[in-house]
Design a protein around this ligand. Structure first.
Ligand code: TMP
Length: 217
């Protein structure tokens, strides 16, 4: 039985189906006898829930990329210290819906590099140190498809978490290209999956990757 804690992150633009895939993967791992928890950014902790409301609801121009980067990092610091590290310490696997790559994708690439990359690296060092995900699953989809999926889902929600969805298509195209560039730079950590397929087909691909990577067969 696998007893070493692991940290697996899911990344991607809007409407890639991350949360569905995390749920399915977590059920799969549980069946394998692995002690797994799921979490997300922003909002993986109680304080994080408050930060999430501030960050993802309301007018898209209510704050700029710098303010966003700082708040996402505040959320991340609380998330790692209060939830992720203690869980891993106990041998749990943590599946997180987004982590620091989201800040590079959205606040750096999305906003056309308005926050210097070095600043984001410094924030990472300060808040997270040398800790990194064991694996990052990047779900890639054409933003036109992803955004329409995401906005359709938001239509059924009481609180609309669509602050970033309401940005222009260029923002989303930039962040998608940014993610793919990041994946190329760190091929050992990232695995990219085309997300424009059925839930089941994508789940099967992710499972095959996890089984191989973590020797679960
Ligand atoms: P989601 O959990 O539904 O994907 O929503 C989170 C939103 O916050 C999404 O639009 C991406 C955005 N985000 C950033 O812009 N930067 C970050 O660092 C994180 C974690 C999320």
């Amino acid at each position: 039985m696998e007893s070493k804690g692991r940290f697996i992150t899911f990344e991607g633009g809007e409407g890639t189906g991350k949360s569905t895939q995390i749920k399915l993967l977590s059920e799969f791992l549980e069946k394998k006898g692995i002690d797994v928890i799921t979490s997300k950014e922003p909002g993986g902790t109680e304080v994080g829930q408050d930060l999430r409301r501030i960050l993802v609801t309301g007018d898209k121009d209510k704050m700029d990329a710098v303010a966003e980067a700082l708040l996402y990092y505040a959320d991340r610091r609380i998330h790692v210290t209060k939830k992720i590290w203690p869980a891993i310490e106990q041998g749990q696997w943590v599946l997180s819906d987004r982590f620091a790559d989201s800040t590079v994708a959205y606040q750096y690439y999305g906003y056309n590099k308005r926050v210097p990359y070095q600043t984001l690296e410094n924030l990472y060092k300060l808040a997270v140190g040398d800790f990194k995900p064991d694996l990052t699953i990047l779900l890639d989809i054409d933003p036109k498809i992803g955004l329409s999926r995401s906005l359709a889902k938001a239509g059924h929600m009481a609180v609309k978490e669509t602050r970033h969805e309401s940005r222009e298509l260029e923002f989303h195209n930039n962040l998608r290209a940014g993610y793919l560039e990041m994946a190329k730079k760190e091929p050992d950590r990232f695995v990219v999956f085309a997300a424009d397929k059925t839930i089941e087909a994508l789940h099967n691909e992710i499972v095959a990757c996890i089984e191989e990577r973590f020797n679960l067969k």
